[in-house]
Design a protein around this ligand. Sequence first.
Ligand SMILES: NC(=O)c1ccc[n+]([C@@H]2O[C@H](COP(=O)([O-])OP(=O)(O)OC[C@H]3O[C@@H](n4cnc5c(N)ncnc54)[C@H](OP(=O)(O)O)[C@@H]3O)[C@@H](O)[C@H]2O)c1
Length: 274
Amino acid sequence: MFERSPVKVAVIGGGNMGSAFAAGFLRENIVSPADLIVYEVNEDRRANLKTLLNCELRSAPGKELSDTVIIILAVKPQVFPDVIGDYMPFINADQLIVSIMAGCSVSYISEKLNGHTKIVRCMPNLAAQISEGVTVFFAPDAVSTDEKKLVKKLLDAAGESYAVNNEDLIDAATAVSSSGSGFVFYLFEHWMKAACELGFSEEMAQRLIAKTFSGAVKFWQEGDYTAEALRKMVTSKGGTTEAGLKVFNQRGLGESLVEGIKAAYKRAGELSQK
Ligand SMILES: NC(=O)c1ccc[n+]([C@@H]2O[C@H](COP(=O)([O-])OP(=O)(O)OC[C@H]3O[C@@H](n4cnc5c(N)ncnc54)[C@H](OP(=O)(O)O)[C@@H]3O)[C@@H](O)[C@H]2O)c1
């Protein structure tokens, strides 16, 4: 449990991500139901959340928000400037703001929060919604070491989290691990196409591909080998893997992947609200 107890947490925006993190806090017993408030403006969604989260659900803020220690911003970036006005009267300088909003820099959030300094910027990814996500986070000097530990504990409820010392690495994480989910699905799409054209049913193709990926990931993570060493291990001279790789290399697949990820990084910088 936390050093400061009970730690009251508020989540602003109970959509896909906000509700996933909130559910993780409760499931992992990091926050007790009595210490968690989720603000969700959408009535239908609030009704759905009632069955998922046994915590306080509110449509709008009141003075209860001032008693929370951590406030998680989980609304869409484009509505944030309009939304935050209602919450501002109940936010004070001691509260720690944790933003999962894509493309919103610490200085941008600080500006919208009238110069608030205790802000952590996070970049989660899709699988946070099934507790298998990875989140990269950046905290400026105004956030203490204990607070960073607390944030990590909260973020780990939706998978794994890693702190970075340079905010630019949040844009890099946007490309590598957030857009990264999309890139993996792009590979799956093409792998599926090939498998089905070779005669497998969709169901069988999905099973084979998913297990091939998860098995390869496990092998890579649990052994002492680099991806390159493992690739060489399964590539015998004149064999089938070599034949496939030859086409990938001729068509520049590897380079395209590197360039694509760098393009996503560049775009993250362009879209970022500095
Ligand atoms: N989804 C991802 O994979 C992913 C990955 C990385 C980062 N993120 C970031 O995570 C954040 C949330 O994304 P999401 O996919 O969870 O979006 P979402 O499902 O649209 O959730 C946002 C929720 O906030 C609600 N909301 C709007 N105004 C509000 C207010 N004044 N008070 C309380 N709630 C309010 C929205 O209701 P209405 O729909 O009625 O407006 C919606 O239910 C975004 O900033 C996004 O950039 C998402």
